[in-house]
Design a protein. Structure first.
Length: 341
């Protein structure tokens, strides 16, 4: 094997295959255009087989544009136009027939196929983008639910830890009481030790979930204090009724619902009027926060995750949460068990 043939063989083995695809497609398009040009010569008394050839050329041109994209199409059609112009210079009527046949049975079907190809690519790209956005939204919502579960775990750590500390304190007082017999004081000491152990285990299992920043608001802030703080910051917010919830976890959930609703109103409806209503009966605690449309441009934020997290929190507490546009603004409504320790 000589050096030239060896180099050629080596190039054929290592060349990128996709570099020849546009050239191949361009040559096929050139053949289609040449067939259309040749079939347009001497169209007086066109026989049936040439009429059928026009139909075949049209189908081939459409399929080429639909399935075989090439970067050489401009060059191919430029060559075809040059050939038609040369024929027209030689014989105007013949050149007109050649150009018309090539345009009608080759160029226009190819453009139709090309349009369908681009439309299909746009649809495919749109579906891929929709899938990506849905996946991203599911991930964001899942992260919001996980963060809300972490907050709930932290709330449970605070409330249960507080109750266990009180149990240990009272058991310690009983342990030191001289009025109790020794067996009772021993039982009180065991109860105090068990409460301390339970507190340590609770801190080790749930307390570790506190990986977020320290809350900016006090854990025991009431809804009334929250609304007053929002009003002092310039929001037009009114608290119609605020019956205190029956349990600590429910109370914190109500606080989070009102807090998130006020935050969303400030972001998406600046300048709106907000009405907060919290009521409680023997069985349920109802929370409603309604805001009117804003009179200032909304702040561009990626909203939705806060409400998704609230939905997770409310469901874990055995309640329900509804939110969405209302005829005169936006409403968030929650229903929670009246007593959740």
């Amino acid at each position: 094997m000589n050096p030239v043939s060896g180099a050629a063989a080596n190039w054929r083995r290592h060349r990128p295959r996709n570099t020849l695809v546009p050239v191949r497609n361009g040559l096929l398009l050139l053949v289609i255009a040449a067939a259309a040009l040749a079939n347009g010569i001497d169209t007086d008394g066109l026989p049936m087989w040439r009429q059928l050839l026009y139909a075949g050329i049209a189908v081939a041109a459409y399929l080429h544009g639909r399935r075989l994209p090439t970067r050489l199409h401009l060059a191919v059609w430029a060559v075809a136009a040059a050939v038609a112009a040369a024929v027209a210079v030689w014989d105007w009527s013949e050149g007109t027939a050649v150009a018309g046949g090539a345009t009608l049975f080759a160029l226009l079907p190819w453009l139709a196929g090309r349009y369908r190809h681009q439309q299909a690519r746009l649809v495919e790209a749109g579906r891929a983008e929709i899938d990506r956005l849905e996946t991203e939204q599911r991930f964001i919502a899942e992260q919001a639910r996980l963060r809300e579960r972490n907050r709930i775990a932290a709330d449970m750590h605070d409330s249960l830890g507080h109750e266990l500390a009180l149990i240990a304190l009272r058991a310690g007082a009983l342990e030191l009481s001289p009025e109790l017999p020794p067996p009772a004081r021993t039982a009180a000491a065991e109860l105090r030790a068990a409460a301390v152990t339970a507190t340590d285990r609770l801190r080790g299992t749930i307390g570790l979930l506190r990986d977020g920043p320290t809350p900016r608001t006090p854990a025991d802030e009431t809804v009334t204090a929250l609304v007053e703080r929002a009003a002092a910051a310039g929001m037009d917010v009114t608290l119609r009724r605020s019956d205190p919830p029956g349990g600590e976890l429910t109370s914190r959930a109500v606080h989070r619902i009102v807090q998130e609703s006020l935050t969303n109103a400030a972001r998406h409806a600046p300048g709106s009027r907000i009405i907060v209503d919290v009521t409680r009966d023997a069985d349920r605690t109802e929370v409603t926060v309604h805001n009117t449309p804003g009179d200032a441009p909304a702040t561009r934020t990626s909203g939705g995750t806060g409400l998704a997290g609230l939905t997770e929190r409310v469901h874990l507490l055995g309640g329900s949460l509804r939110y969405g546009p209302a005829p005169d603004g936006f409403t968030v409504a929650a229903s929670l068990p009246a007593v959740t320790a």
